[in-house]
Design a protein around this ligand. Structure first.
Ligand code: MG
Length: 380
């Protein structure tokens, strides 16, 4: 333990002593120290199994309703240590058990001598096939968990982030009838901010119902549900008067000029979600939105998400760390990055009834990252 702590400090000193303030994946193998980076006679073994998440309530957003989400649970084992990962695949993103199975079957980690070769491994995984971002995230998360466990450190510490700086997380209220919205809002009384899904044709009724129960700040996610920019801007001004603090994806992701027009006049930040996926997209939304919603399942995992957070900060964009409906595995992995975010939307594990991990806690509405190595989860 002492030895690995020393190695970590040496590594961490290397990071902070240089001119780069951000973490460099390519240097990890060398920085981990000779004994940890050595070739093992053991090889990394990837395993995966399909699982179906059961949602506590029918989940309705502007694009449709569902009661389950397919996920793929992955493990990477090396030298007797197991890292856990997950691919969550809401149907509108185009991945499924079948596509994930087909992608993961192509991944051959035995070609790498050490899990510390993270940059090589994740670049290889990314090049196996285009797309498949949730499947790629399931490997990325499991590899981060494994490497963090080998280093005996949680990732927020490896990145040098202060776990005392995590934001409040929003809890999401889906589109529903007033009595259900009222009930869900009452049940979410411990949260300091709520995210309200709009775009279902009953927007003002949704907000008025929430406001009949609570005065906490609200975020609004339209999921591309509004069609007209003038009506959208009028609605944003009304929402601002109701205590709404940001608007996510008000129009179609393809309506870039209209969204830039709204952003130029909006009294609250306008956040891109569907409009961007990977680090390559951050420049594309710059200028049209005030901020971005980063999700591990969209971008391919923690490495890409970390890059996006840093790009956003460099460009002066606001950052939200979001999630899909996921087990505590992927949500807790995302929470490791949350000290860098302006907003967290890490409630995906709370929306399901059959979680198979224990991880982050929400205490009085705030994200609490477990003090455990890796991504910080225990398998139940
Ligand atoms: Mg969204």
């Amino acid at each position: 333990m002492k030895n690995s702590r020393r190695k970590f400090l040496r590594y961490f000193g290397l990071m902070t002593g240089g001119t780069l303030l951000s973490f460099d994946y390519a240097s990890l193998h060398a920085a981990a120290g000779k004994s940890q980076a050595r070739s093992s006679k053991n090889k990394m073994v990837l395993q995966f199994e399909p699982y179906i998440l059961q949602l506590r309530h029918v989940f309705t957003i502007a694009s449709g309703s569902r009661t389950t989400t397919p996920v793929m649970l992955t493990t990477i084992t090396f030298d007797g240590i197991t890292g856990y990962g997950e691919a969550s695949m809401p149907p509108y993103l185009g991945e499924s058990h079948a596509t994930a199975q087909s992608f993961l079957a192509k991944v051959d980690l035995s070609r790498f001598s050490s899990p510390f070769l993270m940059d090589d491994i994740l670049t290889y995984v990314d090049q196996i096939a285009p797309g498949n971002y949730a499947a790629k995230a399931s490997i990325d998360i499991a590899l981060h968990d494994l490497v963090g466990k080998l280093m005996q450190q949680p990732w927020h510490r490896i990145w040098g982030l202060n776990p005392g700086h995590t934001p409040d997380t929003s809890f999401t209220i889906g589109i529903d009838k007033p009595d259900m919205v009222e009930e869900k809002t009452r049940a979410a009384s411990s949260f300091k901010i709520l995210k309200i899904k709009l775009g279902g044709g009953n927007d003002k009724e949704m907000i008025r119902t929430v406001r009949s129960v609570t005065q906490v700040p609200l975020g609004v996610d339209v999921n591309q549900g509004w069609k007209d920019r003038n009506q959208a801007l009028d609605m944003i001004h009304w929402l601002h008067e109701q205590g709404v603090v940001y608007i996510e994806q008000p129009l179609s992701k393809t309506a870039v000029d209209d969204i830039a027009w709204i952003t130029g006049q909006s009294p609250v930040p306008v956040i891109a979600d569907e409009a961007l996926q990977t680090p390559a997209d951050v420049n594309k939304v710059f200028g049209a939105y005030h901020g971005i919603n980063i999700k591990l399942m969209k971008c391919g995992g923690l490495r890409a998400a970390y890059t996006m957070v840093n790009m956003a900060r460099t460009l002066g964009l606001k950052v939200m760390i979001g999630c899909m409906t996921e087990t505590s595995c992927a949500v807790t992995a995302a929470a490791q990055l949350s000290p860098m975010a302006d907003w967290a939307d890490l409630d995906g594990n709370l929306l399901i009834s059959n979680d198979v991990f224990e991880g982050l806690k929400i205490v009085e509405g705030r994200v609490i990252i477990p003090d455990l190595p890796g991504i910080g989860v225990l398998k139940l």
